[in-house]
Design a protein around this ligand. Sequence first.
Ligand code: PCA
Length: 199
Amino acid sequence: MKKLLLTGFEPFLQFPINPTNDIAKELNGQEINGYEIIGEVLTVDFKKTGKQLIELIEKHDPDAVISLGLAGGRDRVTPERIAINCNEGPEDNTGYKPNGEKITEDGPDGYFSTLPIHDIVDKLKEAELPANISNTAGAYLCNNVMYHGLHYFKQRNMDRPSGFIHIPASHKLALENRKLPSWSQADLTRAIKLAIECL
Ligand code: PCA
């Protein structure tokens, strides 16, 4: 059977839980759309997380990679269009704060997602789940992981769908923060299953 590497992230910054972590764990081992799901949780560490993703790709040799991240404050599911060759942003979970350096010295400025991002948005909307393409994944760890995956496959001329989907906060996370738009964890998981069905 084909394999899909599905990654989530550990909690970070002001977010004590990360709903992407729960999705990766819940879908791990399931079969969706002919893919066996390999759910893994990544650290939030500029010096390590990209390597972690590459190690997982080399270990599992997946036919597709979807990485998930929390975008606290967004109100819809947003497949990302582009990853940029830049690390910038607040401190990671080790306290390291990057200052606009390149992710890869010899890499291109950016990569477009190779996931079917239009189909994903259409499919979610058909299911009455709000979704839009996002034109920026930021320059924090989510962008970093998306860039690493796309760079890995491009360098090796491997034609495998790879990219990133940002999701809103879960209700559980919003309990302590009145300003966060939130979804039920069940709907977040349903949205990612539908995205996988688009592959
Ligand atoms: N979201 C962050 C990093 C970890 C996560 O879940 C981001 O958007 O970069």
